[in-house]
Design a protein around this ligand. Sequence first.
Ligand code: ADP
Ligand code: MG
Length: 512
Amino acid sequence: MTTVRILPEILSNQIAAGEVVQRPASVVKELVENSIDAGSTRITIEVVKGGKSFIRVSDNGHGLSRDDALLSIERYATSKIFTKEDLFSISTFGFRGEALPSIASVSKFCLVTRTKETDIGTKIDIIGGKIRDVSDAGAPVGTMVEVNNLFFNTPARKKFLKSDNTETSHVADAISGMALGNPHIQFRLFLNQKLAKNFSSADDLFQRSVRVLGRDVADRLYNFKFSDEFVQLHGVCANPSVTRSTSSKIFLFVNNRLVYDRGVISAIFKGYKGRIMKGRFPLAVLFIQIPFDQVDVNVHPSKREIKFFNGQGIYHAVSETIGNALSFEQQNITAYSKAHNILNEKFEYGDEAFKPNQTDRIEQSSINWPPAPVENKKDFFQEHSAQKSSPDITYNNPKLTCDLQVTCDHKVTIQNSRVTSRLKLTVIGQIMGTYILAQSEDGLILIDQHAAHERIVYENLKQRYHSLKVQSQSLAVPETLELNFKEADFLGSILDDLKMLGMVIEPFGETT
Ligand SMILES: Nc1ncnc2c1ncn2[C@@H]1O[C@H](COP(=O)(O)OP(=O)(O)O)[C@@H](O)[C@H]1O
Ligand SMILES: [Mg+2]
């Protein structure tokens, strides 16, 4: 006979943990959000082995009294909402009262906390959901939560965790999101006991965005702002010439909560339409403020999903605002002089063949493309072009409409082996700061200047590699490159090959 029973508390917490705590990064997110809700201005996150073996989040927030600390680890215990009405006007990150008991049920957990009203703090130790010890502890005002051996008692969950590097990169992404949403808070991230990120509390959104999105966007970020009676938008978006291969640098905040929403992401894409290559993703940080009763944040325990009551209105506001920001900054067909300057500045690599003829006027200016060497033997370039997206420029129907009503539906295919003859091009101008419009004997050519630049550098390196005439000179001040964890991993594996190309790159610490 079937017997219906209420689940023991530890088991129900472990089941809830399945939704709240998927990986170390979700633990970090929940703990840091608690620190933000507690009014902290300094938050330190320490992670060892991607968070699989150790996570510690400490803050200088208001802390908890002993009674509240003991309550906080009970399921559905929260200080953030009390009534049904509160559920529809949530301004804190937490409200479900699930995170602490869920995390404590699948780890060896320790909480130390003190309020400014008392001199002595409270320390609570929990192993696999069972309280082992509650004691007095000397502590500064604020809270520290330590999570050791995550999923030690749920081996099936532990098995699904990825490599240390992958988990670290999820943690770093989570911190980036929260750091962007709270530029006035100092965040420090220590990875394996080394300081990996330090976001200062003196940042404004623009400075914080540059720090998070990467220095290569510093002079290519546009601020935008929009408001009507229904919605307010603000944020930054990058020039379409800077893109990434994933959507990881699109950050979306709704009423300051970092969320994921397909509709809004596609609205951002609509704003960028015609400006970025297929398969590439823009960089953007978007804050949407709408009345609390216009959005439901209680769709999923992870609180990353939301539901807008007027999704259509948001879609239009976002796509128009982003489109306008980009148009205003760079949707113009620049005169010959500007394109010519860019060509001179950016396409000069010492090799005469790469230089446009500087004395020519627009009618005669030309870029002589060098022939691509024909390769037989398998080498570094062949190996790596097979692994990653090939640097070949292959655009299929980049449909582009711009101010001058030049509508181009032109197929440009330049395959590695096919650029064997010198192509004479006459530059007409530059469109949207992104494409070079040129004329050849065969007709109109659109060149994605960023991709072309990369291709020229690539061909140049390839030639040098094969002619073995590699010259290299140390920089007086070394350039530092900040990568994500996957990129750093990959770069580390090809350092020797890059040395043969004259590029001496040394790890500087973590992913720099
Ligand atoms: N870092 C912290 N500082 C102060 N109070 C905290 C902190 N972390 C948790 N708390 C308290 O513990 C309660 C339970 O936390 P949690 O389980 O994450 O649920 P929620 O955040 O949904 O309320 C919170 O409502 C808060 O009162
Ligand atoms: Mg919480």
